[in-house]
Design a protein around this ligand. Sequence first.
Ligand SMILES: [Zn+2]
Length: 394
Amino acid sequence: MITITSKIQLRHRMDFYLLDMIAIPDFSAGAMENWGLITYRETSMLFEPGVSSESNKQRVAVVIAHELAHQWFGDLVTMSWWDDLWLNEGFAAYVEYIGTNHTFPDWRMFEYFVKDVQSAMEFDGLVTSHPIYVAVSNPDEINEIFDSISYDKGASVLRMMNHFLGDETFRYGVSNYIKNRQYRNAFHDDLWNSLTNVSIKIKYKWKIPFTYTSKSESNFHPSFSDVKWIDREEQVLAVNVTSDDWVIANAQMYGYYRVNYDDQNWIKVIEQLKTNHEVIHLINRAQIINDAWALASAGELKMEIALKTIDYLKAEEDYIPWRTADGELSYNYMKNLISPLFTRLGLNNSGSDHMQIYTRSLIVSLACDFGITDCVTESLKLFKEWMNNPNNNP
Ligand SMILES: [Zn+2]
């Protein structure tokens, strides 16, 4: 398993020659990256062929790769303060894919990565989200930032940079960052400076790396020269396509952004999925479903268009699009089911009998769990009233 990190090629030999790993019963975290002695929960390290499941096997490989990555990102170079936690966890969450892919290339781990991009964007769409660099001034705030932003968004941003800088430049920049900060602490500016220094020669600018492909000029594997740099002011980008063409933006979801189209283009993309979905890269098939449902939930796209993006799934045999659809369907299906019932039942128990109160309690609990705004707002209001006057439970 130690060979997992050999592909990272950071060219930084550690001062220890032995790295022990120990599985501990009742270990509260998944694992802890102590330098030279990594401790694990038993289920995160031990795997028994014929007994453990396929997903156990992947989980063990990914956790071990994650903790090994921390020997560099976290141990050799440690973030200066918790506000840059993503320098530890974002890197480990990205490098765990590189390590696992090296050991098990047939697992197609980089396709699996897209679920992290999706989780990060879902979390990022909530009002409780925060930038990857986040001020931490109280010990209570430390635990809060071990979240999808520090892990998944941090890893997604690193994958985006890896893509548009190219493997060699990215690796060289990261290698310099490690070399410059080893046995010391690091700020995010140390990473930006190392990456910027190696990318000056390609005139890299910190803007949105936009890529697209079309039916007539298919390119789901964009290189650096295919990236169009968009800033906030630039709203229009001329794209050369015929009227029969569909356009799909953000090839392989390398960019950390959502994409919306006019209805006409959505319909053409949906038609392509139905006639021959394999023309579209499987990561983009997942992206189309994920973006459409997120946009529909936010009121930016008609729900009937989002629904049509999953019509083709009866022909889909790849895991990633199905996994994406599974997440969207259960969440949105339940939300749509509960929403009208919550509106009818509300939160007022007066005049209700025993079982009606039980039903309302269950529906309100589900409505708040599924983020129905009225439920959350009203419940918080009632909770505040109760806290102010504990003798009167509304
Ligand atoms: Zn970690």
